[in-house]
Design a protein around this ligand. Structure first.
Ligand SMILES: [Fe+2]
Length: 374
């Protein structure tokens, strides 16, 4: 049989030593790197985990069927844009001129439904918001999930560890005395990995919550980029060329990476085709919807054409520090972003064995769609 002309994402996957292959997300250690004892009891230099109920487990026996389509209800559309239910007693400071805000004086877990509607719209407008002094990590996990479930159907991540009994919680965990960052930098010059979460799903997440449990004293900040502003920076002629284009997003490499590290693959990896530009259902804003981690190929373009255009778009987002923000974590912080109109990157900039432990609640949203070009 003649070799296939179209290179499949699987064939493109390569894995270098230390798991730092073509797609850099390998730097969360997974079950092989996990030391339960060090987490529960601490070590000579590191304290025990502050939130043991959130420690990761990987059930290699448990698998899930393919995700089924569902009707997403966008609560941001119902919001009163005065935000009185959300922000009446709040102190809001913008992080930059065009992305991000920091909020004190709001308790997310206590919001009424009207407040939650406003939260969805506020986050869609600001793109990413750091809410300080939150109790989301302290309340029972089920209550945190009930809160997040208002915004959409919970996504169960195919490869991440989860707290026992709560597969809907995606954990970001680097344990005490984990110094694999040093191995990582033997292979790579930086740890920046711009992406939006799980864009390979047919209905990727919308309003998304990430809350801190343990963090290094310094290091481990998270970068965010405004993908709507990234789109607006393009010339009308270039925007016109992007209109109608679609791209393939793939979970195959992430699953391969997980298997490669002795991790789990709870659901068979999928690919999806999404428009390169999507329209937000509540704000009507258009945003770029491609990312280096999961977007592989522009449909209908030859490989060289696709690589060329995608590289431009990836670089455009990565270099756009004038539409990016950097969020610093502090105890009690819940960062909420709209995954439809932002990209983000973790930073692996500490290697002294301090624990970093966060939990993500990831409600899925509508299938990405683009409104007509005007
Ligand atoms: Fe992410």
């Amino acid at each position: 049989m003649a070799p296939a002309l179209v290179e499949t994402p699987q064939a493109a996957a390569t894995y270098a030593k230390n798991g730092t292959g073509e797609y850099k997300e390998a730097y969360i250690g997974g079950p092989k790197a996990y030391r339960l004892d060090a987490e529960l009891k601490g070590t000579e230099k590191q304290p025990p985990a502050k939130y043991p109920k959130y420690l990761p487990t990987w059930d290699s026996e448990k698998t899930y069927p393919p995700l089924q389509p569902f009707e997403h209800y966008e609560h941001g559309k119902d919001a009163d844009p005065k935000f009185l239910n959300l922000l009446q007693n709040a102190q809001v400071v913008d992080l930059t001129a065009n992305i991000g805000a920091e909020v004190h004086g709001v308790q997310l877990s206590k919001l009424t439904d009207k407040g939650k509607d406003e939260l969805a719209l506020f986050v869609a407008q600001k793109k990413v918001v750091a809410f300080r002094e939150q109790d989301l990590a302290d309340i029972p996990i089920q209550e945190a999930l009930d809160f997040g479930g208002y915004f959409g159907r919970h996504h169960i991540h195919p490869t991440s560890g989860a707290p026992a009994g709560y597969p809907e919680v995606h954990l970001v965990h680097r344990g005490a005395e984990d110094t694999t960052a040093r191995d990582f930098f033997e292979e790579r010059t930086n740890s920046v990995t711009w992406h939006s979460d799980v864009t390979y799903e047919k209905q990727p997440p919308g309003t998304t919550f990430l809350y801190v449990l343990d963090a290094p004293i310094a290091g481990g900040d998270t970068l965010f980029a405004n993908q709507a502003e990234a789109y607006r920076r393009l010339s009308p002629e270039f925007q016109k060329r992007l209109h109608g284009l679609k791209a393939i997003h793939s979970a195959i490499e992430q699953a391969g990476n997980s298997k490669n590290r002795g991790g789990v693959v709870r659901r068979e990896p999928v690919t999806s085709i999404h428009p390169i530009v999507r329209t937000h259902p509540a704000t009507g804003e258009k945003a770029l919807f491609v990312n280096r981690q999961f977007t592989r190929r522009i449909v209908g373009f030859k490989k060289e054409e696709s690589d060329y255009l995608l590289k431009f778009l990836f670089d455009h987002v990565a270099k756009g520090q004038d539409f990016q923000a950097r969020v610093k974590w502090a105890p009690g912080t819940v960062v909420v972003w709209d995954n439809r109109v932002t990209a983000h990157s973790a930073l692996l900039d500490w290697d002294d064995g301090q624990r970093r432990h966060l939990a993500r609640i990831t409600p899925q949203a509508e299938p990405p769609a683009e409104t007509p070009f005007q």
